[in-house]
Design a protein around this ligand. Structure first.
Ligand code: SAH
Length: 230
């Protein structure tokens, strides 16, 4: 087996425990065990220099909510950048570009990525100006911290790295990978209290099954997401 250099994610967070479980199971865990992805979570507080180990401060100009300050983020990012070069420094932020499959595909061919998780009111604008190369939102709503968004991003990207999924074609037929949503899926029993699996799926006729799946995917896309059909 040729050595594959793993794709590396360095996530900087003030609540690293929030990121333990999402990466310790299923496909994300397998990606790491196989050496295809490396996910490292850094505790921002370890980079705080003051006695209280604080990472936030009051906002200039007044107003509600604390602001995450520059020095701990700068120290952590600078240290990481000494160790390797990074393709992107991503800040998870509700005002960033909205995550979609195209963005995930693009990131899945990168090598090293830093992800910053905000909290409270957000982070000092100068961190964004100086270090951040890309800002990504996971949708038009506001969460209390960037950890869940970071986990969503890392999951969406990691499953696309070649070799992570056992059956790689399963990612190709997923919704948003092409312009169609995924077709309906069924498993045993073939009859559940009179609700039957479509006969064609039991026919064993591969061409007919593929045709049926395509038609159903098209129907579903027309009904739910006509905007995807060009
Ligand atoms: N004041 C900010 C929201 C701060 S929420 C604003 O109105 O834009 C605190 C942190 O949670 C953010 O800095 C960000 O890192 C994260 N966050 C919240 N909602 C998010 C979303 N939809 N996508 C990505 N990150 C989000």
């Amino acid at each position: 087996m040729p050595y594959i250099c793993p794709m590396r994610f360095d996530i900087i967070s003030v609540l690293p425990d929030l990121l333990t479980s999402p990466f310790a199971h299923s496909i994300l865990q397998r990606a790491q065990t196989k050496g295809i992805a490396e996910i490292v979570v850094h505790n921002l507080r370890d980079y705080a220099t003051n006695k209280q180990k604080s990472v936030d401060d009051y906002p200039y100009g007044g107003g509600s909510g604390m602001v995450m300050s520059i020095p701990p983020f700068a120290a952590c990012i600078e240290k990481l950048k000494c160790e390797r070069s990074y393709d992107e420094v991503i800040f998870m932020s509700p005002d960033g570009e909205t995550l979609n499959q195209t963005i995930a595909n693009g990131l899945s061919i990168k090598k090293n990525i830093i992800i910053l998780c905000g909290h409270y009111k957000g982070i000092d604008q100068r961190i964004r100006d100086i270090y951040v190369t890309r800002e990504i939102s996971i949708g038009d709503y506001v969460l209390s911290g960037g950890e869940l968004p970071a986990a969503v991003l890392v999951d969406a990207v990691t499953r696309l790295i070649p070799g992570v999924l056992n059956d790689e074609t399963s990612a190709l037929s997923d919704s948003f990978q092409g312009e169609l949503l995924d077709a309906p899926i069924y498993t045993r029993p073939a009859d559940w209290q009179g609700h039957r699996v479509p006969d064609v799926l039991l026919s064993g006729h591969e061409a007919k099954i593929n045709e049926w799946r395509h038609e159903e995917a098209l129907k579903r896309t027309q009904q739910r997401r006509p905007d995807l059909l060009k």
